[in-house]
Design a protein around this ligand. Structure first.
Ligand SMILES: *[C@@H]1O[C@H](CO)[C@@H](O)[C@H](O)[C@H]1NC(C)=O
Ligand SMILES: *[C@@H]1O[C@H](CO)[C@@H](O)[C@H](O)[C@H]1NC(C)=O
Ligand SMILES: *[C@@H]1O[C@H](CO)[C@@H](O)[C@H](O)[C@H]1NC(C)=O
Ligand SMILES: *[C@@H]1O[C@H](CO)[C@@H](O)[C@H](O)[C@H]1NC(C)=O
Length: 726
């Protein structure tokens, strides 16, 4: 008897301590029914021991997905599938972990689409209309479309107010499930039952009991005539009946049939994910793997139950999206920024997803050298109410990476780096203007123009080195400004540099230069193209070949210094590839800055592409090619803020012509072209343009050709595709 008692005790211990129940959080009756069916199907398909060990499922009915997050946190439920926008909050604000990501047949991402029935609407004129959204702070229904409207300046939002207020003033009425607490008009179109009893109030809740909840519901909102436009994910388009009554609004202002969502959308973002508590993640993972093995798309037991099919319950997308192909189960330590993508996380921050912070009104400018930091700090001091923060980076490529990572906000880029930044998903704000006339007819600072004056790239030699010309550079010493610069890196490669290499020049410019030249200085590169570089000292100390002005041979000024050589006479070049603008001023400053005495413009000559030599004044006919102007680039959601800040700076400094600080001068810091080119007269608004049209097709194709055969860590970093990686 006593033995039996002990046996029972042990049995209870083994079974009941180990038996982990998985509590799935549901938000509606249909979802609760599907969950209950899953629980039954697990019992039927698995051995009792297996069920007891990790597949005993119970279903917890909550009132909304927000309620689910709090219940999981409080250990009153364990697991739920959420939209990526909520995944981010669940992880960042509520310390939950993501353990799986929904994968669809075309990857792990959703496209945000704007659907209408009226064929005279377009994306640029949605103001005053009635809108339907899948859910507040959701990827396709909120973050991507609002990011789009903000970055194109269709929707104005001043950071002093919450975004929801801007939205409620933009649309005349909306149904945005979950937005109840933000502003009444954001729920005005919703149809769910209203009740003062919390559990029975479905109005504007993130629950299937609100008829206009999620993408399917938003389409219902549109279809019923309650709204004029619905913001949903592309997966929901599959279920639309009478598809020819509906149209998509494209980014360019046109409309397209539903089938064209691939080109006609407002952006791409991560799909849904499954979250749980940190200490529950192992069991939850095991549970998901088992459920998927049995009931997933290619499961063993799909006759009993289908995980990604909700049709028997009278609703779509219960527990998971119906179009889920499989769940990608994630390893421990998966970083949520990596999972959701840097662009998306930056967008959420830009939209104040985590609540507002002091950062919201600051613009962080990227500086790549001691001299740039000095100039930037002067700028920040002088522009009183516009808070500018100067952040240092090691190179211009590093600036682009930091902008992607949301560590800085903006920087002015030369044409090749504009190309790289554009490929990385950054957008133009303004372009530097090098012409003479500089204002709109009405005198306002906002100014747009069709003609963006360019600069030209030239090859310069000392007049005394008579034997040097294009086509005869083999074995010489070269000075290049910096890696990927238009004048120092991209253009020279397009010309015959040496007879020996005329036919068989490598298509990667760096490699070509390293074969043609004996040695040189191409700051930011390596090998023999660093051997002529100098490095920097004092406060600007750096080792040789750094990709910033701390390296004395960096940039247009640096390439000129390189050509004349350092005072010791050791590190000099035979040819310098640089931009023509400011060349004269830079030659004069050689002595005023104490670098080298006595040099005059007549001591230099241009090397023309055809092998001739010519005086500097003939740069118009003797050059290596045209270079589009520099452009300030940022993350899309910040475009309007950075623009306002730059206009304010420009107005402040223009109003006081005696001001000590000049945005477009650098000589007082001992360098040239700090932050902006010294040749800049003002900024031209180019926020409405695509980076390709700023660069022009010809330059764009040259840059693309060069980067097609150049390994760039930056492009590799930018092209990590969150939609297919996991
Ligand atoms: C379509 O939209 C236009 C512009 O907003 C409006 O004037 C027109 O009445 C709408 N047509 C219908 C059928 O709703
Ligand atoms: C979903 O289930 C229903 C009925 O159970 C079935 O008719 C339908 O074919 C299923 N859909 C898919 C995509 O498997
Ligand atoms: C290089 O080759 C091209 C054609 O093959 C020729 O037109 C050009 O003159 C050559 N350049 C030099 C510098 O020899
Ligand atoms: C560069 O490569 C891409 C992808 O392989 C290709 O589509 C594009 O046409 C190439 N561009 C040029 C200018 O060669």
């Amino acid at each position: 008897m006593r033995g039996l008692y002990v046996f029972i005790l042990i049995f209870i211990f083994v079974c009941c301590i180990r038996a982990k129940k998985v509590r799935w959080c549901t938000v509606s009756d249909p979802e609760q029914r599907k969950c209950a069916e899953l629980a039954k199907a697990l019992v039927a398909a698995l051995s009792p021991a297996a069920v007891a060990a990790f597949a005993k499922l119970s279903c917890i009915r909550a009132s909304s997905s927000t309620d689910c997050i709090s219940r999981i946190r409080a250990n009153r439920a364990d697991i739920v599938t959420l939209d990526a926008g909520e995944v981010y909050s669940a992880v960042k604000q509520f310390d939950l972990v993501v353990i799986a990501k929904e994968m669809y047949s075309d990857g792990g991402c959703v496209l945000s689409v704007a659907v209408v029935r009226n064929d005279s609407l377009d994306i640029r004129s949605l103001q005053g209309l009635r809108s339907c959204h899948s859910g507040v702070r959701w990827t396709a229904g909120w973050s991507l479309p609002l990011g789009f409207l903000l970055s194109h300046n269709y929707l104005r939002w001043s950071k002093e107010r919450p975004l929801s207020q801007g939205v409620s003033q933009f649309f005349s009425a909306s149904c945005i499930p979950g937005a109840g607490a933000m502003a009444p008009s954001l729920c005005a179109l919703c149809k769910g039952q209203k009740s003062y009893i919390r559990q029975r109030n479905y109005h504007c809740e993130k629950s299937h009991s609100e008829p206009f909840y999620n993408s399917q519901g938003a389409l219902r909102c549109l279809g019923s005539g309650a709204g004029d436009v619905a913001f949903v994910d592309h997966l929901a388009l599959e279920n639309i009946k009478a598809a020819d009554e509906y149209r998509l609004l494209c980014a360019d202002g046109t409309q397209a049939p539903l089938s064209q969502y691939g080109r006609c959308n407002l952006g791409r973002g991560p799909g849904g994910g499954v979250v749980t508590r940190l200490n529950f993640r192992r069991i939850a993972r095991k549970f998901l793997v088992t459920a998927q093995l049995l009931f997933g798309q290619r499961g063993r037991e799909t006759k009993r139950f289908q995980l990604f099919n909700s049709s028997s319950y009278g609703q779509n997308d219960l527990l998971f999206k119906d179009l889920t192909d499989k769940l990608a189960v994630l390893p421990d330590g998966t970083d949520v920024s990596q999972l959701l993508g840097l662009d998306y996380v930056a967008l959420l921050k830009g939209l104040g997803h985590e609540g507002r912070s002091l950062d919201d009104s600051v613009v962080r400018w990227c500086c790549i050298s001691h001299a740039e930091m000095q100039k930037c700090e002067q700028w920040a001091l002088r522009i009183e109410s516009g808070p500018l923060v100067c952040v240092s980076a090691v190179s211009i490529r590093n600036c682009i990476e930091k902008i992607k990572r949301d560590e800085v906000d903006a920087v002015s880029l030369d044409a090749t780096h504009t190309f790289l930044a554009g490929k990385c998903g950054l957008v133009p704000v303004v372009t530097e203007y090098y012409g003479t006339e500089c204002a709109a007819a009405d005198g306002s600072t906002h100014w747009e123009t069709e003609v963006l004056p360019s600069v030209v790239g030239v090859a310069v030699a000392k007049r005394s080195s008579k034997k040097i010309f294009m086509g005869n550079l083999k074995g010489g010493r070269s000075c290049h400004g910096n890696l990927y610069s238009p004048a120092g890196w991209l253009l020279p490669h397009r010309h015959a540099l040496s007879l020996e290499h005329n036919a068989s020049i490598p298509c990667d410019p760096s490699q070509a230069y390293s074969e043609v030249f004996w040695k040189g200085c191409l700051p930011g590169s390596d090998g023999n193209l660093c051997k002529v570089c100098m490095g920097g000292s004092g406060q600007a100390a750096t080792k040789r070949c750094a990709g910033n002005h701390n390296e004395r041979y960096y940039g247009n000024m640096g390439a000129l210094r390189c050509l004349v050589g350092d005072p010791s006479g050791k590190s000099y070049g035979d040819v310098a590839f640089l931009e023509h603008h400011s060349l004269k001023a830079n030659i004069l400053s050689l002595s005023s800055t104490g670098w080298a005495e006595g040099w005059m413009t007549s001591d230099f000559e241009l090397l023309c592409g055809d092998g001739r030599r010519a005086p500097l004044s003939e740069w118009g006919s003797c050059n290596l090619g045209v270079i589009p102007p520099n452009t300030v680039m940022t993350r899309p959601v910040l475009a309007a803020r950075v623009y306002d800040f730059l206009m304010k700076s420009q107005e402040t400094f223009a109003a006081d012509s005696n001001a000590e600080f000049k945005l477009f001068e650098s000589l007082q810091y001992g360098e040239s072209d700090l932050l902006f080119k010294d040749a800049t007269r003002c900024f031209v608004h180019t926020g409405h343009m695509d980076f390709r049209s700023i660069l022009g097709d010809e330059f764009y194709i040259h840059a693309e050709t060069a980067f097609n055969c150049t390994h760039s860590d930056l492009l590799e970093f930018c092209n990590q595709d969150i939609c297919s990686v996991f």
